[in-house]
Design a protein around this ligand. Structure first.
Ligand code: ATP
Length: 254
């Protein structure tokens, strides 16, 4: 496997299509998405409900196979990988942070963090592990199980778990959706640091304009297509674009 891409394009999607069902129940979730994500940058994906955000994230991360089109992560063309190689790429090169944390309840925080390495049969590099654990502020919580941690702490465990393999890309699906604003801000700061300090590439789906403003770039989906983007976004700019795309929902957003 080649070195971590820290410059240039970390991830590229070309004419990505994903359809579900057939006949009258056919749904076009992605309708020809072209996207280049620069390495060591933080990108947020936004758009109205049902616009294809989760589908896009899953296809980019190799969790779902697109109906057509190509995804390249680093030098790997996902369509060219059989299931075994795709699983290995996900395990070794991709980090995930989910809305519901997805920690194993019987494992301690430390065991959860090193789980991707344990599954791969690799030992943690102690210095890197210390850096990641200290970075997420969990040094004194490593022996706790998820039920003994707050939601914010659990998500910080999940962020550390996503970073421990030194992944090419970290995918985050609504990582602050289950957190109060204070804990959410802490998790967003950690994702920002993963980019600025550790040189990772982060892609995050979010509904929250405040969360999106932590990113370097926000791309907007509507009806399965990329329809707009904002670089160095402010919360106000993000709200404006969302308001244009989804006027009905705009009034209900924070
Ligand atoms: N497994 C599936 N089977 C059939 N249709 C699906 C499936 N998954 C998603 N869809 C449809 O594809 C479209 C895009 O869904 P997706 O979940 O990607 O949107 P989203 O932007 O993430 O939505 P939300 O913001 O509500 O989570 C929607 O119309 C959805 O109903």
């Amino acid at each position: 496997m080649s070195a971590t891409p820290t410059t240039g394009v970390a991830l590229a999607a070309r004419d990505l299509r994903r359809e579900y069902g057939v006949g009258q129940s056919r749904v076009v979730a992605l309708d020809g998405v072209d996207l280049d994500l620069a390495a060591a940058r933080f990108t947020a994906v936004m758009g109205p409900s049902g616009s294809g955000k989760s589908t896009l994230l899953h296809c980019l991360a190799g969790l779902d196979r697109p109906s057509a089109g190509a995804v390249r992560i680093g030098e790997a063309d996902l369509a060219g990988l059989d299931d075994r190689r795709l699983t290995r790429l996900r395990r070794d090169r991709i980090g995930f942070v989910f809305q519901k944390f997805n920690l194993l309840p019987t494992l301690t925080a430390e065991e959860n963090i090193v789980l991707p390495l344990a599954i791969a049969g690799r030992r943690p590099d102690p210095a890197w592990l210390r850096q990641v654990v200290a970075g997420v502020g969990l040094t004194d919580r490593l022996g706790h199980r998820p039920a003994e941690l707050s939601g914010g702490q659990q998500q910080r465990v999940a962020v550390a778990r996503a970073l421990v393999t030194r992944p090419w890309v970290v995918f985050a699906d609504e990582p602050t959706g289950n957190l109060d604003s204070h804990a959410g801000a802490e998790v967003l700061r950690l994702l920002r640091e993963a980019v600025d300090t550790l040189g990772r590439t982060v892609v995050m789906v979010t509904h929250d304009p405040v969360a999106a403003a932590y990113a370097d770039r926000v791309v907007f989906l509507a009806d399965g297509r990329l329809v707009d983007e904002v670089h160095r976004p402010t919360t106000g700019q993000v709200r404006d674009v969302l308001g244009r795309l989804d006027p009905a929902a705009a009034g209900t957003r924070r």
